[in-house]
Ligand binder design. Structure first.
Ligand code: SF4
Length: 163
């Protein structure tokens, strides 16, 4: 049975920068949990960040792919360059996915790590643009299909077609 890599904050763990969670209540997620298919990851905590931590964004309207290519940086709102830690978190997520043979991930959108459809533009003003965070980009580069929390039903259908 396919295992699914899932953002820890979607599972109710209070690991976001501000100490909150964003639990996703959906029958498919509950079913996957009961079936033992959920592999939880918080790339940022795994990389060594603490809770709470300053918010961070990928600078200059760029995206996770550009960070991985070395042409974009991730900064905390307080000015710290945390690019290396974001890449380390993405690599840890990929390693965990491989360890569990996950070919699918359900990640929360909007995060500079887990975002897959949109991210913030680096101005810390709430402006968003299309693009993926560092972890979502690295997983996709390695053939893992990444779905956002809004697309859980699409993922459920995708998994049904496979079984
Ligand atoms: Fe949630 Fe991902 Fe941010 Fe961790 S890195 S708090 S799992 S969005």
């Amino acid at each position: 049975m396919e295992k699914i890599l899932v953002s820890a904050c979607l599972l109710g763990r209070p690991v976001r920068y501000n100490g909150s969670a964003k639990p996703l209540e959906h029958p498919a997620l509950e079913r996957w949990r009961q079936e033992g298919r959920v592999v939880a990851i918080c790339p940022e905590l795994t990389a060594g960040f603490s809770v709470p931590r300053p918010p961070a964004e990928i600078a200059a309207g760029k995206d996770g792919q550009a960070v991985l290519a070395g042409s974009a940086r991730v900064f905390e709102q307080t000015g710290g360059d945390v690019t290396g830690l974001f890449v380390a978190g993405a690599q840890a997520a990929l390693a965990l996915a491989r360890q569990h043979d996950c070919r699918f991930a359900l990640l929360i959108d909007g995060s500079p790590s887990c975002g897959s459809g949109f991210i913030h533009d680096g101005s810390f003003s709430g402006q968003k643009h299309a693009g993926a965070g560092v972890t979502a980009a690295l997983l996709r580069e390695h053939g893992i299909e990444v779905f956002s929390d809004r697309d859980i039903e699409m993922l459920d259908q995708r998994l049904t077609r496979k079984s």
